[in-house]
Design a protein around this ligand. Structure first.
Ligand code: PMP
Length: 407
């Protein structure tokens, strides 16, 4: 395959051409949310111009078209993550909703006092707080497996912590702060041996690597659309059919029932059982376009390009005096957390913004991880396949200028 033609790709992303503070934009906040290609923007626009109607409710043509767009996104997601069946894909507003659905529909009815949920120190709050909420209600506890100084999960410790009280394990595929890729197949194998279901937070994996939920061997997999070129307010939960069949709905309303009577309501089968109310139909039209775009590039090419860019950016940052990089995992996605000695992360991010560079500063919704590293905040440069080495150079030059201003 020919290597990725990044200039052609950049031309597909209108926002990348804009200026901020009169400087060309260098957008390195992709782990926060990603930019959208024209095909996604047009799919959303076309939906409202030509097909807008509600789903699964009307026999008229527009209703059929809207339903086809929405259900087409389910097909695209099923293909994208290699789900064995489209009926195992629940469309949600994003990872947060996907994980809360598992917390309230799967975990809450099963947990009792003395049970435990096992997660890790490197999780996003979306994969911690829902478990704490259901633990509080049931008397269960939430335990976190440790990581090492390189920001890698200590898998032996994780496995030791898979004790009989553990009723569910919840692990991120890729850390949003460190870029660390967790060995999900191995983790899933250990969970299966002990009969413990495994939920994987795939938010930061899906934009960078091919996902095969069957090969991974997990029970639940959550993704969010806006980090993988799709509109905000879209996402999915994949779960094994046996789990979905045993889960009561969490939200009640229209479109999730077979028959409603005041004596008792019969719920629809999955996936619709979990999709009460009118969804983000236009957004899901965008999801299908986003997946087509990613498939058009191909993850082998995307990965080769991003890994080269990550190595280039890491080396360039390391060349600067006083830079501390957090996360040195052997397998990483293109996310670099760092600090400059003597400078506050927020001051740096503010000054970098004035130079046109968008990075995130703060705790990245990962307080326990910040606590582990003993810092209140880091700066995070998170890259995408539409970023370039020239942008990395611009970013490093900007840090040099900011250093002079601060010191
Ligand atoms: N998990 C991880 C690892 C994330 O990076 C994020 C988004 N920052 C989330 C969960 C939550 O995703 P969303 O806000 O789209 O629901």
């Amino acid at each position: 395959l020919p290597p990725l033609d990044v200039e052609r790709i950049r031309a597909d992303f209108p926002l990348l051409a804009r200026k901020v503070h009169d400087k060309p934009l260098i957008y390195f906040d992709n782990a926060n949310t990603g930019q959208k290609p024209r095909s996604v923007i047009e799919a959303v626009d076309r939906h409202y111009r030509e097909h807008n109607a509600n789903v699964a409710r009307a026999v008229h043509l527009l209703g059929e078209e809207a339903t086809a767009a929405y259900e087409g996104a389910r097909d695209a997601i099923a293909r994208f993550i290699h789900a064995p069946s489209r009926d195992e894909v629940i469309l949600t507003s994003g990872t947060t909703q996907s994980i809360n659905l598992v917390a309230y529909s799967y975990a809450l009815p099963r947990l009792k006092a003395g049970d435990a949920i096992l997660t890790t120190v490197m999780e996003h709050h979306a994969n911690i707080v829902p478990w704490q909420l259901v633990a509080e209600r049931t008397g269960a506890t939430v335990k976190a497996a440790p990581i090492d100084a390189n920001g890698e999960l200590i898998v032996e410790r994780f496995v030791e912590m898979l004790t009989p009280e553990v009723k569910l394990a919840c692990v991120t595929h890729v850390s949003n702060v460190l870029g660390t890729v967790n060995p999900i197949r191995e983790i899933a194998r250990e969970c299966r041996k002990r009969g413990i279901p495994l939920l994987v937070d795939g938010s930061q994996a899906a934009p960078h690597r091919p996902i095969d939920v069957q090969a991974l061997g997990c029970d639940f997999y959550a993704i969010t659309g806006h980090k993988m070129l799709a509109p905000t307010g879209t996402g999915a939960l994949w779960a094994k059919r046996e789990h979905l069949m045993a889960m009561p709905p969490f939200f009640g309303g229209g479109e999730m029932i077979r028959e409603v009577r005041f004596e008792g309501t019969v719920f629809a089968d999955p996936p619709h059982r979990f999709e009460a109310g009118t969804p983000n139909i236009a957004g899901f039209a965008g999801v299908a376009a986003a997946i087509e775009y990613l498939e058009g590039i191909g993850f082998d090419r995307l990965k080769a390009y991003e890994q080269d860019l990550l190595a280039y950016a890491t080396a360039a940052l390391e060349n600067l005096p006083g830079i501390r990089i957090f996360g040195r995992a052997k397998e990483k996605e293109p996310v670099i957390s760092f600090l400059l000695e003597g400078a506050h992360a927020n001051d740096m991010a503010t000054l970098l913004d004035l130079q046109g560079v968008a990075v995130r500063s703060g705790h990245h919704c990962a307080h326990p991880l910040m606590h582990f590293f003993g810092v209140p905040a880091t700066l995070r440069a998170s890259l995408a396949f539409y970023n370039t080495k020239a942008e990395v150079d611009g970013f490093v030059d900007a840090i040099g200028r900011v250093r002079k201003l601060l010191m």
